[in-house]
Design a protein around this ligand. Sequence first.
Ligand SMILES: C[S@@+](CC[C@H](N)C(=O)[O-])C[C@H]1O[C@@H](n2cnc3c(N)ncnc32)[C@H](O)[C@@H]1O
Length: 385
Amino acid sequence: MAADDLDVVFTVLPGALPALRRELVRSGLTTSPEGGGAPEADDGAPGDGPNDADADELRLTLPRTAETLRTLARLRTAVSASLAVATDTGRPTGLLSSESLGEVDRVLEAISWQRPRVTFSGLRLEAAGAETPQMLRIAAELAERAGVPVSEDGDLVVRVRRARGAGWEALVRTTPRPLATRPWRTERYPGALNATLAAVVVDEVEHVRWQLGGSDGGVDGDEGDAPVVVDLMCGSGTLTLERLARGRVARAVAVDVAPEAIAILERHQRASRIKGRIEAVVADVADVARTGGVLADLAGTADVVVANPPWGELLGAHATNERLSRDLLDAADRIGADDVVVGVLTHDIRRFERVLDHDARWRLIARPQLFAKGHRPRLFVLVRA
Ligand SMILES: C[S@@+](CC[C@H](N)C(=O)[O-])C[C@H]1O[C@@H](n2cnc3c(N)ncnc32)[C@H](O)[C@@H]1O
C-alpha cells in the first residue's frame, strides 16, 4: 500500500454489501461497484455475487485525504469504517514496532482531519484475550498516542485480530459512534428498524427502479427523479427518513395505525436535519385497501410503496399476518402507479410467500435476505405483473 493510501475496512450487515458497493460509487469513493480501490480477491462478484450475501466486511484501499474521511463518516449503508494497521510478525505486540506505531500515528492523524472535528473520550480495545498483558500493553500504547485514557466504554474503538494470511492487524474505527447511529433517533419504538438496514432497503428498492428505467438510481451521483414515496406501516419513520436522506422526493407519505408512532415520527423528523416534508397520517392499511381512506387522493400515483409489517408480539391480538399482508398488497395496488415498485421487509417469510402465491397482480423482482437484531428478514421487491 502506498504511503498516501489508507487501508479501509467496512463492517456491513449480512446482505448489505451490494447496497454499500453502490453507495461507495455514488459517494465518489470508488468508480465501480467492484470497488475502484482494491477489493479482496474473495469478496465475491459485484452486486449479487455468491459471497456477497453473507459477507460482513469489505476492504478497500482509498486515498489518504480529508475528503475520504469526511465521506466515510457520511455513509449510511455501512455499520462502521475502520482504518487498518498491519504487522507481519507472528505476535500482536508486533503492532508496537516503530514502523507500525508510525502507521498508527498516520491513521490517527487522518481521523483528526474530519470536520466537524471528532473527539474521543477513551480507547476501547476489542480483542480475543483483551485482558492479557500483551493486549493491555497495546491498548496503553495506542491510547497514549491518541491522547486518551484506556476505557471499557471508550469510543475510540480499536479491534486487534489476526490478519488474513499472516501477522496481526489493528482496526481503528473512524467515528466515535457507529455509522448506524442517527442523530434524529431520539426515541425508542418497539420494532423500529436499524437505520443502516433501512438505508439498505431504500437502496434495494431504488436499485430495482433504476434497473426498470424508472430512476437513474443516483448511481452517477445524481439525485434521480423525484418519486412519490409511501410507507404504509411507518412506525417511528426510519424508512421514510432514510429515503429522504437518499434524495429528493415529490411527496413522502408515512402511515401507521398507531397515533403514538406518528407522534414519534414527527419528533424524529424535527430532530433530523434531513430536508423534505413528511405527510404523516394515522390510518389503518385495511381502510386504504378498501376505499383509499385518508390516502384516497394518492390513487394510482405512488412510485414507491414500502412497508415493514409487525411480527410476533408486535402483531395486534386480533390481526393475522395473512390478513395484513393481503391488505398491504391491496393498498399498494390502489395507491401505486402503473410502474410502482413495492418493497416489503418481513420476518414472516413463509406467510408472505403464501399470500404472494395467491396474488396474480404482482411479480417478484428480488428477495434479498438481510439481517436485523438476530433476525433474518427478507425484502420482497415487487412490481405489477
Ligand atoms: C415493525 S413496526 C414498523 C417499524 C418501523 N419500520 C420503524 O422503523 O419504526 C410495524 C408497524 O406497523 C403498524 N401497523 C400494524 N398494523 C397496521 C395497520 N393495520 N395499518 C397500519 N399500520 C399498522 C404498527 O403500529 C407498527 O408501527
